[in-house]
Each structure stands twice: as C-alpha cells, then as structure tokens.
Design a protein around this ligand. Structure first.
Ligand code: ANZ
Length: 806
C-alpha cells in the first residue's frame, strides 16, 4: 500500500504555514540558533546538493523544538552577485526584478521540501532595508581606520573594457586570460577600497581555539592567516644611503647569504638599478605582469630574475652581495625582500644554480653540492659556530639586535581585503569624492544609499563600474555648491554574507528591520548568539568564514554584539555527486533535479534518502536505487500504521526495541549521525512487523516524533491519524527508560566436552535447573548425550551450560 505523497505533502505544508508552526519562539531559557549557509538565488533553482545540508539542519531544528528549546532556523538570499550582473548586461533585464523572481522560485522549492524555516525572518542582501546596515558597518570600519583607499593592482581586460574578479581569470600557457573569450588580462593599478583584516590577524588566529569546528577548516584558516615568527635584518647598500630590510625566519644563516633579492615591485628597484641594467630590468618587470601570484610561488615552476647592478654589505662579515630582483619574491609578504641563502634554501639554491651565483654552507652535514635543509651544528659562522638552528637563531638575534641590525618581527600571509568591485549589482559605497580631493561618508541617517534604476547596464569602458554612466546619480552638490562624485565601485558579494546571521535577528514580523544599534537588537543578540550550529559547503572554509569572523570581531570590539565569535559549531556537508561518481555538471548531463524527485518520490523520500546515503561530511554518488528504497521504507511505515492495532496497555513486547531506538537516535542526532539514526528507526519498524500487528500506542507516537525530523509530512499525517489536533512539532521529544535497555531474552551457550553444540534463547535470569533441562532436551545436544554418562554439569546463569560426558 502506497501513500500519495503529493496529497500529503502539500496538505501539511499548507497547514504549517497557516498555523505558523515554525515561528521563532521566545519562551524558554534554552535556545538553539541553527543556521544554513544561505543560497545565491541563481536562475537555475535549487540543486540536489542544497537539500543535503538543509535537511541536516532541519532535523536538528525539529528535534530542538520538541526538546523545548526556542529555535531560530531562518533562511535568506545572498542576492547580489556576478551571474546576475552578467545576465543583466547580456539581456538588458533589471537584476532587481529577476532576482526577486529567482527568490520566489527558490522559496517555493524550499517549501516543497518541508523545511521548518521561519520565513518571517527571511532576508535579502540586495534589499535596501538590508544593505542599509551593510553600509552602516562599512562606515564604522572607515571611522575606525579599518577601511581605506589604496592603489591596488586589478585584473584589467582591455578587450572587454572591464576589470575582472580573480575567479573570472584563467591562466593558459602561463598567461592570464579572461574566462569569457580568452582575452589577455594584465595587472593595472587602480584606486580601490581595502579593509584592513590584517589588523585582526592575531585575534582571528586565537579565536579558532575556542571553536567546535572541523580541524581541517581551522587548519585552512591558520594557513591562510599564515603567521610566521622571524626577524627583519638591515643590509646597507654599498656606497649609497639606502638600507634594505629583509624578512627572514632564519637569522642563523646570515653568514651564508650570497645575494639579496627584491620583489620586482619593491619601491627601491628603480633607484638601485644602474643605468646599463635598466633595459633588462624593465623587460623583466614587463614579463611578469601577467603571471599570477600562485604561479610565482609554485616551487615546481622555474624561477627567473635579473641583477640590478648594485650591492649591499653583509653586516656580519662585510661581504659584498649583489642585489637581484626575482619573480619568486612576493611584494606583499614580509618586507618584499629576502636574504638568499642558497646552501640551505631550496628556492635560493635553484636560482643560484641557474644564474651561476656562489653557494656556501653554514650548517655542517653531507652537502653533496646540493641544498641542505636539515638541522645541524653551525659552521663558518664565527659566534654561531657549534650551535643548532634554534639556539643559533636566538644568538644571532641577540648579537644583531644589540647593534640595531635585527629586530624580531611577525609576518602574516594574510592580506588586506580588496573590497571594491567594478559592478552595478552590489551595495553602493556610501562615499562621496569631492572636487577638492576630500572624501566624505553619506550621513548615517541618510542610509541606505540605493542603486539608481538603470534600463540597460553597460560596462563603462574605463574600468569603472556601470554606475559611472549614470550621471544623475553620480553627481552631488553640497549646500555650498561644492561638487562631488559618488563612488562608482560597489561592495563584493562577501559583504552581505558577513553579517546575515545578525540580519535574521533584526528582521521583524512586519517586514522591517530593527536598527542594529537598538536596545531590542542588543537583547536579541544576547539571547541568540553565538550560532549553535552552522552547516554549509567546504568551499567556504576560508573566505566567507574568515570575513564574517572579522566583521563579527569588529562589531564585538565596538560593542554591537556580545560574543567574540559568530559561529560556535561548524560542519561541512559533503557533495552529492552524479550517479557516475563525478561532480554534477550540465555538460556531463548527470544533474538530478530535486523538483523531479519531489514529483516522483516525494520530499520525504528525498530527505530520508539524502540523510541515509552515508555520513553527512562524505561526498557520495547519487543512486536512484537508494532513493527507491527510501521511498519503499516509508511505504512500509505507512502500511504498518494502517494495518496495526494500537493497544493502550503495554504488552512489553516492544520495550527493548523502542527504548533502545529512542536512546540511540537521540544520541546519534546530537552527533549528526543521521544515517545510523535512520538505521535505528528501521530496526524498530522491523521489530514492529515481527510483533504481529499490535503496537503499544505511546511507542508508536514516540517513533513518529523521531520520524518527523526526517520525513515530516508522513509523520504529521500519521500523527493526526491518531486523533491529534496539533502539529507533531509541538509535542515533546520522547524519553527512554534505562531499565528497558537490556534485552529480556538472552542467549546461553551449551557446550558438551568444551565444544559448542547449541544456543538457547531464554528469558533473562532463567533458573539453573531450567537451563539444564532445556540444554539436555535440545535437539542439537541430544545426539552427544546418547549412551553417554554425564559426569559434570557446570551452569553459569545467563551465560553457559557446560556438560562433561564420557
Ligand atoms: C633566509 C632563509 C634561509 C630563509 C633559509 C629560509 C631558509 P615563511 O616561513 O613562509 O614565513 N621570504 C621572506 N619574504 C619573502 C617574500 N616576500 N617572498 C618570498 N619569500 C620570502 O618563510 C619565510 C622565509 O621566506 C624567509 O626566511 C625568506 O627566506 C623567505 F635557510 O630567509 B628566509
């Protein structure tokens, strides 16, 4: 007997909505803020990957509600973004309008999956009532000197007349080209907004220790921040006033320095290049213009460089060392200059071989004319001789420190965050550039600064955003007649997602948003923060999560939020791969559309199947067979409900099965072990089937509550079938009793002369006499007793009967 998922699912979705069953409550001292990474509402709609994480959070939200928590489980839309901009440019459509259409489509898809979101809390990052606060936060960052304009290299495509995001640039044959059309891309300096996330490097590192996040994600963040403890050492240029500061983690190798390398972008390159070396240097600099940083760092790629014609003097031994520039030295790390020790550093070694530079060794070992990177006693190093690396670093810093040649220094790989995009479809910067070169912010009371309506979004051809074409919007005149121009850049998509988990809290029932600084907002932050569980894709392990932590820590410092971290527990769900085991993609034709599955098998089956595939974190291939089985099992549950007699006096037969299920499922859900929890539900249903059409009703209700997390529509249907008048979500989570967790029946082994001959399934604590009798009568035992004499009977209650015969 099958149930009609179409009828059931729509019926309950309507009921939940009309009765506001999932409204955020505020009547408990326990709270659970359960957050999904909100989707970008693309024109393609939801894919089957979305429901995986979303079902997981839905299960936990439903459980927490039944456990008496106040639950906040919201959803919203990360609605600014590049695809919308491109679509608008190509088709002339208004992104504000088609984005709303896409959102409607996404929302109806999510509703069809039966997620228990409180849609009152919905936010849309592209809505002015939302980005008013994004702009306000930017203004605070500016006022706290964490936002500034800098000349920064951007990816410029002259053919497309536009600046491209890193994601839109490919490297083909070592050259940067645009993803669209494969046009050449070069670096071009432009004035850009930068957020000084590096000021928070230390806090962002330290905060990781208090978080319940996967170690792999913490490690990725640590590496991204890339703290490195070392020193800056000064090298004076020969016969000139300039000093070159290098950053090194290996001050101990100072006697092994053979040359100095500057990043080609280093400000001293020009002055330190002699006249006859200028052409070669200029040519070299041009040659690396279209190399990405990743390429430059890649150790497998050949390093190249040129000599500037000038020298420095090594402060410890007055040795004259040539100054080079090379691609492998990066401008924004450390000081953008290194002391090269080819004897003991891999990259310096390859470079020295290529350009026939001398190589010397300052650490004892078997060098074999190769680079030597092991630890060892220092040699050829005067006051460092005989010391190992650690002590030699300390000693070198002590000696050079006294002479003011070296200072301890910490460097971070983390860069300040390039915060401008040359786009229309983003948050406008609330900034005016005046004709006298001053900058001012739009008054906080005048926020939001909205986007002008534009009929046809076109690139500006100058590298500025399409907003540069909208002169009515662009031009500002102050009360004194001074002319100004609005900032034409907009913020990157990351901005809106940096604080949306606060946005949900600000969202009011009447559709408005609270002021982030209001007392009401503060009370809500106090109640709900930090987010208890945050589930989303691994692809956001670094950027989104680091940026959001940065803003949160800033808001904490300015006393807007009461916690120093936004997301206490984080889990990355794995991907759902195509049936062929590869990533789903249009070109491979292996995409599964959730709408079709909802039609054919139902949302409950889809949810159950995605949770049963395997551990949440694993990436696993889709299997239609697996989906069919999920649906069949739901039918099995439905059949049972229809054909069973629900009894009100407990006959005890399901005690063990029921209480074990409740205990295990509760524990497994705490640990997000959804697939094994489902197995427990299955074990219980098997026990019910064995029980010949008779189930103690309270146990059935308890089962339905657990089931309602996974298959909410069917569970609700069966719940109301029992005569209930209110949603199962409003009922209390089932308890288990310890005393029922031991199986009543146990297995007792029967041995004859030490050999296992039978197993008795008996009631626990069966008497020794009875055990002996049952053992002797057992058909597998009897043949071994025939014509024999029993000389010893050893009986251990609940365990074993051992007969010795001769
Ligand atoms: C001398 C030396 C000797 C070094 C030796 C290493 C080994 P981490 O640990 O990643 O911080 N370096 C410094 N600034 C650089 C830049 N802008 N671009 C490329 N390389 C740079 O690496 C620090 C080391 O990387 C520094 O220590 C420096 O080389 C190099 F046996 O100095 B070392």
């Amino acid at each position: 007997m099958e149930f009609s998922h179409k009828a059931i699912e729509q019926k309950w979705q309507k009921y939940w909505e009309e009765n506001k069953v999932f409204k955020t409550t505020n009547n408990s001292s326990k709270k659970a803020y359960i957050l999904d990474m909100f989707p970008y509402p693309s024109g393609m709609g939801l894919h089957v990957g979305h429901p995986k994480g979303y079902t997981a959070t839905d299960i936990i939200s439903r459980m927490r509600r039944m456990q008496g928590y106040d639950v906040l489980h919201p959803i919203g839309w990360d609605a600014f973004g590049l695809p919308a901009e491109q679509y608008a440019i190509q088709t002339g459509n208004d992104p504000a309008i088609f984005t709303l259409k896409n959102i409607d489509h996404f929302r109806s898809q999510l509703k069809a999956l039966g997620f228990s979101y409180d849609y009152v809390k919905e936010v849309n990052t592209s809505d002015p009532s939302y980005f008013k606060t994004t702009q306000w936060i930017f203004e605070q960052l500016y006022k706290h000197d964490l936002a500034e304009m800098r000349e920064v290299d951007v990816n410029w495509s002259a053919d497309l007349g536009t600046v491209l995001a890193n994601e839109e640039v490919l490297v083909i044959d070592g050259k940067m080209v645009s993803e669209r059309g494969h046009f050449p891309v070069v670096k071009k300096p432009m004035k850009q907004w930068v957020l000084k996330i590096t000021n928070y490097a230390e806090k962002l590192l330290a905060g990781l220790d208090e978080l319940d996040w996967p170690d792999s994600v913490k490690e990725l963040q640590r590496n991204w921040i890339g703290k490195s403890v070392g020193a800056e050492i000064k090298f004076a240029v020969e016969n000139r006033p300039e000093i070159i500061d290098v950053f090194t983690t290996r001050a101990d190798t100072i006697f092994g320095v053979e040359y100095i390398v500057l990043a080609p972008e280093h400000p001293l390159v020009d002055v330190l290049t002699t006249a006859d070396n200028k052409p070669a240097v200029a040519e070299f600099i041009k040659s690396i213009e279209n190399k990405t940083e990743l390429d430059r760092q890649d150790t497998s790629k050949e390093k190249s460089g040129v000599f500037l014609g000038t020298y420095v003097i090594n402060p410890v031994n007055n040795k004259k060392l040539p100054i080079w520039i090379a691609d492998y030295v990066l401008p924004f790390y450390g000081t953008g200059a290194v002391m090269a020790v080819p004897g003991h550093d891999e990259r310096d070694f390859t470079f020295a071989i290529k350009y026939h530079l001398p190589i010397s060794y300052v650490i004892a070992g078997e060098h074999h004319n190769n680079v030597y990177v092991k630890d060892g006693k220092h040699i050829n190093s005067e006051f460092l001789n005989g010391l190992d690396t650690k002590s030699a670093i300390e000693k070198a810093l002590e000696v050079l420190g006294k002479k003011n040649i070296a200072t301890p220094k910490v460097s971070y790989k983390l860069r300040d965050w390039l915060f401008s995009r040359q786009r229309y479809w983003g948050e406008p910067f609330p900034v005016i550039h005046w004709e006298d070169d001053s900058i001012s912010l739009v008054d906080e009371n005048d926020l939001p600064l909205t986007l002008p309506k534009v009929d046809n979004i076109k690139p500006s051809q100058t590298g500025e955003s399409p907003l540069a074409n909208v002169s009515e919007w662009l031009t500002v005149v102050d009360s004194m007649g001074k002319k100004g121009r609005r900032e034409t850049n907009t913020m990157p998509q990351w901005a809106g997602s940096c604080w949306y988990y606060l946005g949900y809290l600000l969202k009011q029932e009447d559709g408005t948003m609270l002021d982030i600084q209001s007392a009401e907002a503060h009370a809500l932050f106090k109640k709900w923060l930090p987010v208890n569980l945050y589930i989303g894709g691994q692809e956001h392990a670094v950027l989104h999560l680091l940026y959001a932590r940065f803003w949160h820590k800033f808001l904490y410092d300015i006393k807007v939020v009461p916690t120093s971290e936004p997301f206490f527990k984080l889990v990355n769900q794995g991907m759902i791969l195509g049936e062929d085991g590869t990533k789903m993609s249009k070109s491979k034709g292996n995409i599964i559309n959730p709408d079709n599955i909802i039609q054919s098998h139902g949302a409950d089956a889809l949810r159950l199947y995605e949770m049963f595939m395997g551990p949440l974190e694993a990436s696993l291939p889709w299997s239609t067979k697996g989906l069919d089985s999920a649906r069949k099992w739901l039918d099995r549950v439905y059949r049972l409900a229809k054909n069973t007699n629900f009894i009100t006096v407990n006959d005890g037969t399901l005690d063990y099965a029921y209480h074990t299920m409740v205990k295990k499922v509760s524990e497994m859900l705490e640990n997000l072990n959804f697939n094994t929890a489902i197995s427990q539900l299955m074990v219980f249903i098997n026990a019910c089937y064995k029980n010949e059409e008779q189930i103690y009703q309270p146990y059935w209700k308890g089962f339905l509550k657990l089931l309602s997390c996974f298959a909410p529509h069917l569970a609700e249907e069966l719940w109301f079938m029992l005569g209930h008048q209110h949603s199962i979500s409003l009922s209390a989570w089932p308890d288990y009793e310890e005393k029922f967790l031991v199986l009543d029946k146990i297995v007792v082994a029967v041995q004859v002369n030490g050999k296992l001959r039978a197993k008795l399934e008996v009631k626990k604590d069966t008497s020794e006499d009875e055990l002996l009798m049952l053992a002797k009568q057992h058909s597998n035992v009897q043949p071994y007793l025939e014509n024999r004499q029993i000389i010893k009977e050893i009986i251990v209650k609940n365990k074993i009967v051992n007969l010795v015969v001769k």
